[in-house]
Design a protein around this ligand. Structure first.
Ligand code: WQD
Length: 337
């Protein structure tokens, strides 16, 4: 009998890739997703990769009756909680929507877990919690800074809530850096909803002719080429990290009930370096110009991955060029549909 893992937001960008990796690792993923930031086409992608559609319930995690029944029916060994909004700019415009969905949503999941005797959780956190770090690379012990957006605040609150429930809830708290790329078969990828806020979808849509030009938000920062530096991580590497975290939980290998990991590559690349990598890897130009800085942007942040390498036994395997190749292949696939 396969161990079942409940994946909230399992049709989303990271969730869908993780569902595939969970299956390949011998687990049975169960999906709950309200399709507020995902599409049923992701289910088609999952099916094309694993041969069937996993159990799926179209619901909001705040619907605790539905969530309870799903847990009663399937008795999952662990829950991976992806379901949350993640656009920094949107969170500034709609803070209540972000607190309702991201914080109340987590509380709903925890209340149902407690009532149903489920004690294993993997939580999606973000490098956003570090704000503008005083030093890079950031360690898990690097102090967090006051959130610069409601989105960042919801991630910091989530971590606090989970620490305060560590007496009964065993958590693998994963601080993602910048998830990009797509499944190498282009069966799954980041689905564009509206004008992309993030660099890679905007870049690939520009190259595809859907946007006029990519604006590089500032080249007068204190970095080698003046543009901001980030730790871009392939979504497949990120998905595989989640499998490692689930395995650590179900095999009861945690040394403490709340464990925190930076999930990055340990390498920082500037916006211009990303553009150069894309152009070289795909042999195509990225129409771009230098524009003004974007408010709230962190200048440079990338991960120290010593802890996740040694404790979780996970290391990112895919480099920037591969991320650029898979991102472009996904965009080409989207154009065909
Ligand atoms: C990356 C770099 C921009 C668009 C956010 C969240 C983070 C995570 C990833 C969820 C920056 C520059 C961007 C453009 C540009 N989300 N850029 N032109 O802001 O690092 O992180 O998304 O986990 O939590 O905060 O990602 O892709 O928006 O920006 O020059 O059109 O690309 O200035 O330097 P960010 P991003």
């Amino acid at each position: 009998m396969k161990k079942k893992i409940l994946v909230t937001g399992g049709l989303g960008f990271i969730g869908s890739h993780t569902v595939v990796c969970l299956h390949e690792a011998g687990f049975e993923p169960i999906i709950i997703d309200n399709l507020s930031n995902s599409q049923m086409s992701a289910m088609g992608g999952i099916k094309s990769l694993i041969g069937f559609e996993p159990t799926f319930v179209n619901a909001n995690v705040n619907d605790t009756e539905v969530l309870s029944q799903l847990i009663i029916d399937h008795k999952p060994e662990a829950i991976i909680h992806f379901a949350a909004f993640k656009a920094v700019g949107e969170s500034v415009e709609k803070p209540l929507m972000y607190y309702e969905n991201n914080v109340v949503g987590l509380i709903s999941v925890l209340e149902v877990m407690k009532a149903q005797g489920i004690s294993n959780l993997v939580f999606s956190s973000s490098c956003t919690v570090y704000g503008e770090p005083d030093q890079v690379p950031v360690l898990e012990t690097t102090p967090t800074k006051p959130a610069q957006s409601p989105y960042g605040a919801t991630k910091q609150m989530g971590e606090i809530i989970l620490k305060d429930n560590a007496s009964w809830c065993k958590t693998q708290c994963l601080r993602y850096f910048n998830p990009i790329g797509a499944h190498p078969t282009a069966a799954l990828g980041e689905l564009p909803l509206g004008i992309p806020n993030n660099l890679i979808p905007y870049l690939t849509q520009t190259v595809a002719g859907l946007r006029n030009e990519l604006t590089v938000f500032g080249n007068d920062y204190d970095t080698p080429d003046g543009t901001c530096i980030r730790d871009y991580i392939h979504v497949m590497d990120l998905a595989e990290a989640h499998v490692k975290a689930v395995e650590r939980l179900v095999q009861n290998k945690q040394e403490e009930n709340f464990e925190l990991f930076n999930i990055g590559t340990g390498n920082g690349f500037s916006v211009l370096e990303v553009i150069q990598s894309f152009e070289k890897e795909n042999n195509i130009q990225v129409p771009h110009k230098i524009g003004p800085r974007r408010a709230g942007d962190v200048v440079k942040v990338w991960a120290d991955t010593t802890k996740v390498n040694n404790v979780l036994g996970w290391t990112a395997k895919r480099g920037l060029d591969e991320m650029m190749r898979d991102s472009w292949n996904w965009q080409l696939k989207l154009q065909k549909n």
